[in-house]
Design a protein around this ligand. Sequence first.
Ligand code: CDP
Length: 237
Amino acid sequence: MSAAAVAAAGGSEPEQGGPGRCRGYRGAMIVAIDGPAGAGKSTVARALAAALGFDYLDSGALYRCVALASLQAPEISPAEHAAALDVSLGERVLLDGRDVTQAIRSPDVSARASVVAADQAVRLALLARQRELLAKGDWVAEGRDIGTVVAPGAELKIFLVASLQERAARRAGELGADPSQVEAEMSVRDARDRERDHSPLQAAPDAVVLDTSGLDVATVTARAVDLVARARGSDRP
Ligand code: CDP
């Protein structure tokens, strides 16, 4: 997002030079994995983090927690929920100490997440949290704006894509839901994520775009490991 675009949208420009810049190439690394719903971000990012021994950041879980909190307490604005968010990310996701790992994956929360994610005040609150986390150590971070806004200096940026039909079929399989309904919901969410003024879903100019259509997780993960090795300038990650 250009400064002009942000100004035109009436928002404030997220501070540039966030995580990834001047972190010391050998000392710390951020791998940004962005892309639309169902492109394989979570599965590949988790597998890649495990393969490399890096920490894993699921930024979507933060937006999903704001969405859940705002569905449960609609009298409080999404921005206030985001500013006060008491969340713990890991194997299980805890919101205010409650395990919401399953609850944040419901279709209602998915739809609400892309609505609250269009709110610049929500984004700025969550941006600060993400940058705090990413400031130290090695990370595989996944989302929609990691390579463009959260960590524009990431040492490697991968943008995963796949056809809408395949993405919907994958997600329907995970949720045990009807593929055509998931496809319809996903296409609404895709459009909202791509067309919003603040941090829209788009590949960073220096991202490697990887089409995962027809590829299994092991193949995509192996390609990602290979890209990390190349980014580090060696044959081994
Ligand atoms: O797994 P999936 O791609 O379906 O969703 P997610 O990554 O959990 O993200 C849920 C929603 O949060 C997305 O539809 C986006 O609207 C929003 N989001 C975002 O705006 N920026 C991010 N870095 C991550 C998620």
